[in-house]
Write a protein that binds this ligand. Structure first.
Ligand code: KET
Length: 442
């Protein structure tokens, strides 16, 4: 019998099946076909409060439907946008035959890490010059938070995090699962639709010395309410006086004001005082690289030797979690960040996105005024970044989805980046009807 014949004979044996006695025995095992699933008890999980909105939207056949749920930028035509500068960088990468698909280092592309730290801390940052920033490439903003949480749970003496109330809905899942229990601090005042600065300061003062304090670097999600520069100064003083550890979530650099430097203000004032902090950076929104999962985690330390040891321990967190990050998206970002001309083009495209969002704020405000919708809607103009926290309640949101096919999160948050001149009147009609309806009921 040739080697090939032997292989065929063995294969044929597999198809004939096992002898009768053995077969009966195998069927008695729980993971075999004829018994109940070992997962029979598993309950249906609810859809994600944000990404589940897109699931519901996709199922709706109505031509009127608008998705204002997830924070993802859309053009005036309602289409996802791939930045021109991203296409250019991508073409350069594809054309470069010297590139390969080898594994990346555990902490990703070194140049990407350097340039990400520079983007958030500023070109002349002493912390960078002194080599006391440990930066690792991670799976977008979510990955940065998760890796940061696990590092804190392993190496920090006060593993408890205080989160603003309200905050991005994933924060209070990421930190506990990363081993860091969470508590809220006061942030938003529904009466003024602004910052509850006094409440925030009181809660930070009442939090334990050394606690981790999560701060949205700019364009607070979901409220669109940011502290003023004076308020940031007050917040910094309390946090530093209590030796608390600031953890910045920076998912919208450039989206708040249209300027990358302005939106880095809060982070840079904290780093300027020489103290330590964590920074989670995402390129999902500002480069439109959502699905490429491009982000960085920086730990600003007191000295270069500490930063080097922190870097070594970040590797110990990452290696058993996902080994190493994907290459493509971070290579795009690094190409743009490294090339003066591409960087310049990026800032122009970023500003255009931020400006379109601001123009949607004015159009929506004007449309509500024109309809005489009861209430003060100036917060639509004042709030910062991708979202408007409308103040509409869960019932009103359900009404707008049911009657107008407008999809948004149940807390009344709308993504202004998902609106266009074409859909503003429809949204204004829906809000008007929801507000009038609620008044009638009351
Ligand atoms: N932080 C904040 C504050 C944030 O809003 C998001 C995403 C992230 C981190 C994580 O983004 P990543 O894609 O991992 O870089 N927010 C939008 C999308 C989502 O919920 O995943 C949103 O709020 O719609």
């Amino acid at each position: 019998m040739s080697a090939q014949d032997r292989r065929i004979a063995t294969l044929a044996g597999h198809f004939r099946g096992a002898p009768a006695g053995e077969e009966g025995l195998l069927h008695a095992f729980p993971t075999m076909a004829n018994s109940q699933s070992v997962f029979e008890h598993v309950q249906q999980a609810p859809e994600d409060p944000i990404l589940g909105v897109t699931v519901a939207f996709n199922k709706d056949p109505s031509p009127l439907k608008v998705n204002l749920g997830v924070g993802a930028y859309r053009t005036e035509e309602g289409k996802p946008l791939v930045l021109d500068v991203v296409r250019k960088a991508e073409q350069q990468l594809v054309a470069d035959r010297s590139r390969n698909k080898e594994y990346q280092p555990i902490t990703g592309i070194a140049q990407f890490n350097k340039l990400s730290a520079k983007l958030i801390l500023g070109a002349n940052s002493p912390a960078i010059a002194e080599n006391r920033v440990a930066t690792v490439q991670v799976l977008s903003g979510t990955g940065a938070l998760r890796v940061g949480a696990e590092f804190i749970s392993r190496h920090y003496a006060k593993p408890i995090v205080f989160l603003p109330n309200p905050t991005w809905g994933n924060h209070n899942k990421i930190f506990p699962l990363g081993g860091v229990p969470q508590k809220p601090y006061r942030y938003y005042d529904p009466n003024t639709r602004g910052l509850d600065y006094q409440g925030m300061i009181e809660d930070l003062k009442a939090a334990p010395d050394g606690a981790v304090i999560l701060l949205h670097a700019c364009a607070h999600n979901p409220t669109g309410v940011d502290p003023t520069e004076e308020q940031w100064e007050g917040i910094r003083k309390v946090i530093r006086s209590k030796q608390q550890l600031p953890f910045f979530d920076c998912a919208y650099q450039g989206f708040a004001s249209g300027s990358l430097d302005k939106d880095a203000y809060a982070v840079r004032t904290f780093v300027a005082d020489g103290g330590e902090c964590f920074i989670a950076q995402s390129y999902a929104k500002n480069m439109g690289l959502y699905g490429e999962r491009v982000g960085a985690l920086s730990v600003v330390c007191k000295s270069a030797p500490v930063a080097s040891r922190v870097d070594s321990q970040l590797k110990m967190v990452i290696r058993p979690m996902y080994s190493s990050p994907p290459a493509h998206g971070a290579a795009i970002a690094a190409t743009i960040l490294a090339d003066g001309r591409l960087f310049q083009e990026w800032t122009v495209e970023l500003k255009a996105m931020a400006d379109r969002i601001i123009s949607m704020r004015h159009q929506l405000y004007d449309a509500l005024k024109a309809r005489g919708t009861p209430g003060d809607w100036t917060h639509v103009l004042k709030q910062i970044g991708m979202f408007t926290f409308t103040g509409l309640n869960k019932e009103q949101v359900q009404f707008m989805t049911r009657e107008y096919h407008i999809y948004m999160t149940s807390d009344g948050r709308i993504s202004m980046a998902g609106l266009s001149s074409r859909t503003v009147p429809h949204l204004a009609d829906a809000i008007h009807a929801a507000v009038i309806g609620a008044q009638r009921k009351a």
